[in-house]
Ligand binder design. Structure first.
Ligand code: HEM
Ligand code: HEM
Length: 180
């Protein structure tokens, strides 16, 4: 269905995902610097659970965003002098963002499944702990997690750069993502 703007759900999901991803980036290196859990030090447990909870929730929010975007397509904005190549690059950047966010979340979940630590989603729902403790598989998925995170950071930077470009041109692109 063709709509004038992004739907309210799409805008809310976009910003919840963006804020969550910024938070995960900022908090994760701090989280990894905390001492390993022991009888005396349990600081790591809470930030790790929070990281995993938010990461898993992002998958659901991304599916909702993808669903509403495919169902309700906003009319494309064409500003004066806009080059079609830039629009195609922006579209490609969005597709890559979707793929990277999914890969990042799945690899994080896989890595944690082989770490021997179970996940209780938002401290309520015990997720099936189908993985067994395996350091090699944990490291394998952990490496994929790390590298997809770096790639995600790079493509988010391109995305925010593009958004700033449109904001300075004041051509209505960014306003569409700010209006509920
Ligand atoms: C878009 C979502 C996510 C982002 C941006 C993100 C980001 C990060 C970053 C930057 C690190 C530090 C990497 C390093 O230095 O090794 C990290 C580590 C970690 N993340 Fe995520 N993460 C996300 C989703 C998830 C999910 C869904 C899970 C699990 C359910 C998860 C579990 C972990 C674990 C266990 C670590 C510790 C290091 C490791 O074993 O890989 N993450 N995350
Ligand atoms: C971690 C941060 C972010 C992520 C992961 C992200 C992700 C995305 C994705 C996947 C889309 C495509 C939605 C679709 O059409 O299907 C999108 C669109 C958009 N984003 Fe972001 N975003 C982030 C941050 C930002 C920021 C900081 C801004 C603005 C300052 C912004 C502005 C926009 C705008 C204006 C669009 C719509 C572009 C259009 O009209 O097609 N985003 N974003």
């Amino acid at each position: 269905m063709q709509t004038q703007n992004f739907t309210t759900t799409a805008v809310i999901m976009h910003w919840l995902i963006a804020v969550s991803i910024f938070f995960l980036f900022i908090s994760s290196w701090w989280m990894l610097a905390l001492p390993f859990p022991s009888i005396d030090f349990k600081y790591r447990v809470f930030p790790f659970q929070l990281h995993k909870n938010l990461g898993i929730t992002i998958v659901f929010m991304l599916i909702i965003l993808l669903y509403v975007r495919l169902r309700y397509r906003p009319t494309p904005v064409f500003s004066a002098g806009e080059r079609p190549l830039l629009l195609r690059l922006a579209f490609l950047d969005h597709v890559i963002l979707y793929i990277l966010i999914f890969t990042c979340c799945i690899s994080g979940y896989m890595s944690s499944s082989y770490s021997g630590w179970s996940t209780t989603l938002w401290w309520v729902l015990e997720l099936p702990h189908w993985g067994y403790e395996d350091e090699e598989l944990n490291m394998f998925y952990s490496d994929i997690h790390l590298w997809t995170c770096w790639a995600l950071l790079a493509f988010v930077s391109v995305h925010v750069g593009g958004a700033l470009y449109h904001a300075f041109r004041n051509d209505g692109f960014v306003r569409r993502m700010l209006r509920l």
